[in-house]
Design a binder for this molecule. Structure first.
Ligand code: NAD
Ligand code: ZN
Length: 271
């Protein structure tokens, strides 16, 4: 399985797996990069086609929605269309198998999985996950917060995402995606779970995040201040300055190899 990895990366994965085998508490934060191999572009990738001339921050903000609700709604419908047929990749499956292994083997290890992603690929793979930035497939009222649960109209072979703005049944205001936009507070319960897990973990693993967006990016610092070992899985350099072990390759390649090293009693070998 590790034949495609360099000897250096194999050794680094082995080192990380050795630490993780005996860790009592592990906190994992994922970002857009974990879904990249499923075909969902990350935020740092250039926007293409129709949306190439728009700034993501303008589309994903309360001011943007107040200014041009039709535009923001249409962008989210486009993103929903982009994401709806995407499926988990080996990184999502490896994380789910790790959680399953802990349950089935009655291990004392505690693993908390936190994501900044608004897709549901962790859930599709079978994971239990805390979402810090909301859910792409949910809507709520922009004024009274009432969830908007009407199903997306679908025909036999196609999902109709429609771009017309919807109105709240209670107050008539516009319906918005249930997503945390720039400048908005994170959901209290989700943030509490993330803070507790980061502050109390032995190992913090950051997967596929540029570590540029706070407060999520601050979780690694919180873990480090409390003595955790920090592991980063990302093929590119990031803004995270507190990493102990960098596994510089795609999550879909690293995670299955790392899992193999964690759940087998012998370390992974290059065969
Ligand atoms: P990001 O796009 O900033 O970073 C993605 C990271 O994934 C990069 O560091 C990249 O090197 C890495 N990566 C790419 N392919 C990978 C792979 N195969 N395996 C591992 N890593 C890979 O995404 P982010 O860090 O998740 O962004 C943080 C948050 O910022 C987002 O959750 C979002 O809430 C917010 N944000 C939103 C918007 C928006 O909604 N339009 C725009 C910008 C940021
Ligand atoms: Zn309302």
């Amino acid at each position: 399985m590790l034949a495609e990895l360099s000897a250096k990366l194999c050794a680094q994965i082995q080192g990380a797996a050795t630490i993780l085998r005996t860790a009592q508490r592990v906190c994992i934060l994922t970002g857009a990069g974990v879904s990249a191999e499923s075909g969902i572009p990350t935020f740092r990738d250039k926007q293409t086609g129709l949306w190439a001339h728009y700034n993501a921050e303008d589309l994903a903000s309360i001011d943007g929605f107040a200014r041009e609700p039709e535009l923001v709604w249409a962008w989210y419908q486009w993103r929903r269309e982009l994401v709806h047929d995407k499926t988990p990749n080996p990184a999502h499956y490896a994380l789910a198998r790790w959680q399953e292994h802990i349950t089935l083997s009655h291990s004392a290890q505690q693993l908390t999985l936190i994501t900044q992603n608004v897709d549901d690929l962790h859930e599709q793979a079978g994971s239990t996950v805390t979402h810090l930035h909301g859910h792409l497939n949910r809507n709520r009222c922009s004024q009274c917060d009432t969830p908007y649960n009407a199903p997306i109209v679908s025909t036999a072979h196609q999902v109709d995402f429609g771009v017309a703005l919807l109105n709240c049944d209670h107050c008539g205001s516009y319906i918005r995606p249930d997503i945390v936009w720039f400048g908005e507070a994170l959901p209290v319960d989700a943030w509490q779970t993330a803070e507790d897990a980061a502050a109390n973990c032995d190992v913090f693993i950051s997967i596929g995040t540029s570590s540029m967006v706070y407060p999520a990016a601050g979780l690694a610092h919180l873990a480090q201040q409390n003595g955790a070992t920090l592991i980063e899985i990302n093929p590119n350099p990031t803004s995270n300055t507190v990493v102990d072990i960098t596994l510089a390759a795609a999550a879909g390649v690293v995670m299955p190899a790392l899992l193999q090293g964690i759940i087998t009693s012998s370390p992974p070998s290059k065969d």
